[in-house]
Design a protein around this ligand. Structure first.
Ligand code: N01
Length: 539
């Protein structure tokens, strides 16, 4: 590693050493590039390095949530549980880094703070918070979709006399909450995972809920060794299927029958089956029929099924009603996956506080005050999410051709071609960028497809003696139009979700991921290559 202030030169700089960054490094080494990975954390794992809050766990079954980079890796690695916990996912990332000797190319504890394109030299200049400057031909963001932490701007936070934590910056050494009165703000996927675990540790837990969310039980359990062995025998087949499906999972596509075409009994039988068997994948509930994502009436049948489950589980019916989501169609916010979330509200040491009806006014030295009540707290936990998808990219202060900043270009929302590149920023690639399926499909499948596509594009350039690659404005416009058109066909825009940037005050309301299905998207990317990189220009 170079000393601070020294200029170093690499073919490629990759930002982030999570699953995407590790895979990108692995693949770029295959084609002989010199690579420097810049990682803000002190270890590998990305999402699974940072999100170590109690209860953190993936919502995709473990056997699907693994990388295909090496056939021996997938045979050697054993997942202890059907839905892997953060510690096992971090261990997996570390194993990959060690097994393939990746650490020597990763610069830890370093944040990329600026990246400027030098048109005279056709190179990127990358600046870090350590004072390093790196010159590279290719700049690849593997910074993740959910890595820019959102801490709400609560008045008085600095006056709080207790401790406060954001779930995605949970201390590595853990937090002893025994005997403490704890408040948690936020009931998205993170809050819903953390609440049952926190409730077991603390003296009293106040759950500050602004919007109720739909959640299904994960039914997480110990991995059945026979199941794992069988899956490994057919790993290739599973991966072939996953590369073609809309979900990026090795899983059958939804049936073509509408939820409104069958009897109430049949409909509820399908939902009940998905609820009980959610250990296969919790998303099953949304895929029992063809039109849950597109028809409000069909969607409502599924939503009401979950609400009735909540009413059955939660004993206090006033609390149950507060926990029943009524402001958005099911699935239009990321459906949550839990281990005993609703049951937790039957505990005597847990109180649900409706901060929609009685909003948070301020943090005070002794706790948190809503307009009507003051809650005395020892610890405050913010499970308040992320500046999703664009946040990590904009934080890099990227300046492209003609001094154009990415922030200015995306002023009204992100515009990309295929979520891979954006006009005006030659040789800048995004892994799972806005405009690609990313968060709407299995992340590992999405990451690998992007990484391999980018590796092939770079190899194409290196073999052809090409200097720059950039989308055509027309191709970009067409893709942005298509991304919107497909989203308009669904119910997704009816929810104030982070998919739309609605969770960040002032963020443009634009639907960011591509909802047309991973399989279709992959076919489109392959077609572009077959047509000699149609829609891209090279110099
Ligand atoms: O964040 P979120 P998350 N006052 O934005 C509330 C992935 N993930 O970290 O809905 C009061 O969904 C906010 O309320 P509202 C997964 O893709 C995966 O939970 O804006 N409340 C909401 O309740 C997920 O979707 C896994 O009204 C405020 C919550 O904070 C994504 O990460 C696990 C507030 C934020 O929910 C993000 O999930 C965890 C305020 N000022 C996460 N500001 C798995 O794999 C925000 N909130 C299982």
């Amino acid at each position: 590693m170079s000393a601070p202030g020294v200029v170093s030169h690499f073919d490629a700089v990759v930002v982030g050493a999570g699953f995407a960054g590790l895979t990108m490094l692995f693949r770029l080494r295959e084609i002989g590039l010199s690579v420097r990975v810049i990682e803000r954390g002190s270890g590998v794992g990305g999402t699974w390095f940072w999100n170590r809050y109690p209860g953190a766990r993936v919502d995709v079954p473990s056997m699907h949530y693994s990388l295909a980079i090496d056939p021996n890796l997938e045979q050697d690695w054993n997942w202890p549980e059907t839905f892997s916990a953060q510690a096992d996912l971090e261990r997996y990332a570390n194993h990959i880094a060690d097994r393939f000797h990746l650490r020597s190319d990763i610069q830890f504890d370093t944040t990329l703070i600026a990246a400027t394109y030098d048109e005279d030299r056709n190179r990127w200049w990358v600046g870090t918070d350590g004072g390093d400057t790196i010159e590279c031909k290719y700049l690849i963001s593997a910074a993740g979709c959910l890595s820019a932490t959102n801490v709400p701007d609560f008045a008085g936070l600095e006056s709080f006399g207790g401790s406060w934590y954001h779930t995605s910056r949970w201390p590595r050494e853990g937090v002893d909450l025994t005997g403490k009165v704890v408040g948690i703000v936020g009931t998205g996927s993170t809050g819903i995972q953390a609440v049952p675990v926190l409730a077991e540790q603390v003296k009293h837990l106040y759950v500050f809920q602004r919007t109720a969310n739909f959640s299904v039980p994960s039914k997480n359990k110990k991995m059945d060794p026979d199941f794992q062995r069988d899956w490994k025998t057919h790993y290739d087949d599973h991966r072939k299927v996953a590369r073609l499906t809309s979900s990026g999972l090795s899983w059958p596509e939804p049936p073509t029958v509408s939820a409104l075409e069958v009897s109430v009994e049949e409909r509820n039988r399908v939902y009940e089956d998905a609820w009980i068997n959610s250990s296969y994948t919790p998303l099953g509930l949304l895929r029992g029929f063809s039109d849950i994502a597109t028809n409000l009436e069909a969607n409502e049948t599924c939503a009401e099924f979950v609400r009735n489950k909540i009413r059955q589980i939660v004993k206090d019916q006033q609390v149950a009603e507060l926990l029943c989501p009524k402001d958005h169609p099911i699935g239009t916010k990321r459906i949550c996956v839990d281990d005993g979330y609703y049951e937790t509200f039957n505990r005597p040491n847990v109180t649900l506080v409706d901060v929609r009806g009685d909003p948070i006014a301020e943090v005070v030295p002794t706790g948190l005050r809503t307009t009507a009540t003051q809650y005395d707290l020892d610890v405050l936990v913010f499970a308040t999410g992320f500046d999703a998808m664009t946040g990590p990219l904009l934080a890099m202060n990227i300046v492209g051709r003609d001094g154009l900043t990415l922030r200015d270009k995306w002023n009204a929302g992100p515009v990309t071609y295929l979520g891979l590149q954006t006009v005006g920023f030659p040789n800048l690639f995004m892994i799972t960028g806005p405009g690609s399926p990313s968060v709407l499909a299995n992340m590992t499948t999405c990451i690998e497809q992007h990484v391999e596509w980018v590796r092939d594009a770079i190899e194409h350039m290196e073999h052809g003696g090409l200097v720059t690659m950039e989308p055509d404005a027309e191709a970009e416009d067409r893709w942005v139009h298509h991304v919107n058109e497909v989203a308009d066909f669904t119910l997704f825009k009816q929810a104030d979700s982070w998919y739309l940037g609605a969770n960040i005050p002032g963020k443009p309301r634009v639907f960011m991921p591509y909802v047309g299905g991973f399989g279709n998207y992959r076919a489109k990317c392959d077609q572009v290559v077959e047509e000699n990189y149609a829609g891209f220009s090279f110099t």
